[in-house]
Write a protein that binds this ligand. Structure first.
Ligand code: TRP
Length: 449
């Protein structure tokens, strides 16, 4: 275990885990799901999911991870035996699928970073829409960026937990936050943003269909990195002083704030320049170039600099998330198969490159569809709408009903050194509310209730 790191400082733990949570899930996926599922009503359901299911679920994963101080499969095995270790293995597989399609989108961001640096994104909305479509359905370019992005992640992970992850998150997160804020202000100052703001803040529950609940639930779990033992793996590096409940609340708070800021950045601008809110995965890629140009029309140099910086930071935010997905498999292969960390990391990388290649090609270059969805959309759907909720469901059942109460209580109260006021409420939520709510959303989607 000598290669196993430990997060050095308290703030490092929070920032690295927040780095895992904040990523394309907030800035790319949240706006596109909100746009597709009708705006404000979706956001309200999403917030409820984060609050009553997401935060308690995060704490549950933290409990298992920090108790064991081992990789995901071993963490569940140590407490629950072979049967429960499947949750760790399942999480590693789910995160590989996510890593695959996520890297394609991160690759698009790399291309946009390159293109905006070269000034290739200057044009009206029709031009940018055409640019995105041509680029994303090209067989080679997006493939190149996808693989480049996966290799970047690989290199950071091989450098080790502390050096790689902690150092990166410390600077990136606050910078991203400030930049988002500036873009939100610029976007809201465009002409005709009123309907965009109404779309975001005026709920219309008549648009809420059956699938909106599952979408909101899946988006909440995706955004919090919940349900794949990712948080469990990170918690295995936490020290004895980390307050699990407080950390979960802080991380969920930062994550939600970034998502809302992303919404505020996209929708006023989308309505202003005439991009449909339900444009799907391409939403931010066809809206943002317009913001950088039109909102800074008087100061084109500033618009250029902000654009380049933004895509750069978006790539880095995606990187701190993929590092965490990568780490699940790497720690598992390294410790369970007794390989070197570097070999473990290579297995993870190669599998993800294969998935990423198929996802990238399915965006227009080659016709790869599963159940009528492109392979990328299928991977997104099967993970967020099925595997993550299932992972979170069983984690809550496990922690609520199977893990010995003394272990759980020690973890929540840091071995009796901090207040246990919230312990009772949290345990109740994890035992009853989470399994019942996640289960009912599933059955509701299937049409059973
Ligand atoms: N939460 C990240 C985001 O919002 C994505 C992510 C990182 C993730 N690790 C994960 C999603 C594990 C699910 C499971 O971009």
């Amino acid at each position: 275990m000598s290669e196993r790191g430990n997060f050095g400082t308290k703030i490092g733990v929070i920032l690295a885990t927040a780095g895992s949570a904040v990523g394309l899930g907030n800035i790319w996926r949240f706006p596109y799901m909100t746009g597709q599922d009708g705006g404000a009503a979706f956001i309200i359901i999403y917030l409820v999911c984060v609050l009553i299911l997401g935060i308690p679920g995060m704490v549950a994963e933290f409990v298992v991870g920090r108790h064991s101080g081992a990789n995901a499969a071993r963490a569940y095995y140590n407490i629950g035996g072979r049967k429960w270790s499947l949750l760790g293995y399942g999480g590693a597989i789910t995160s590989m699928i996510i890593f695959g399609f996520y890297s394609v989108v991160a690759g698009w961001c790399l291309q946009y970073l390159f293109a905006s640096t070269m000034g290739q994104l200057n044009g009206d909305v029709t031009y940018v829409q055409h640019y995105f479509k041509t680029f994303s359905s090209d067989p080679l370019k997006p493939l190149f960026w996808t693989v480049a992005f996966i290799i970047m992640t690989h290199l950071v992970v091989v450098k080790g937990v502390r050096k790689g992850i902690e150092r990166a998150s410390n600077i990136l997160m606050p910078t991203l936050f400030i930049l988002l804020f500036i873009i939100v202000v610029a976007s809201c100052m465009l002409p005709g943003t009123k309907s965009g703001l109404e779309f975001l803040f005026k709920p219309d529950f008549s648009k809420v269909t059956r699938s909106v609940f599952l979408d909101a639930l899946g988006q909440a779990f995706f955004s919090l990195s919940l349900g794949t033992a990712c948080l469990c793996t990170y918690a295995s590096y936490f020290n004895r002083q980390t307050n699990l409940v407080k950390s979960a609340v802080q991380i969920a708070g930062i994550d939600t704030l970034v998502a809302i800021l992303a919404g505020l950045m996209i929708f006023p601008a989308a309505f202003s320049v005439g991009v449909r809110p339900d444009s799907g995965p391409s939403l931010i890629f066809i809206t943002l170039p317009a913001v950088f140009q039109q909102a800074f029309a008087g100061m084109p140099v500033l618009g250029y600099i902000i654009g380049v910086f933004f895509y750069g930071l978006l790539v880095l935010a995606a990187l701190t998330s993929t590092i965490s997905m990568h780490e699940i498999g790497t720690a598992l292969f390294y410790e369970e198969l007794h390989l070197s960390r570097s070999k473990g990391a290579w297995i993870e990388t190669i599998v993800c490159i294969i998935i990423g290649v198929f996802c990238s090609l399915s965006c227009g270059a080659v016709d790869i569809t599963v159940f009528g969805k492109s392979f990328l959309n299928f991977c997104d759907f099967i993970t967020s709408d099925i595997l993550l909720p299932l992972g979170a469901f069983f984690t809550c059942v496990f922690v609520g009903w199977y893990v010995p109460k003394n272990i759980v209580k020690d973890q929540i109260t840091n071995w009796g050194t901090i207040s246990s006021r919230l312990y009772g409420i949290w345990l109740f939520v994890v035992r009853f509310i989470c399994p019942i709510c996640i289960g009912s959303v599933f059955l509701h989607q299937l049409g059973i209730i």
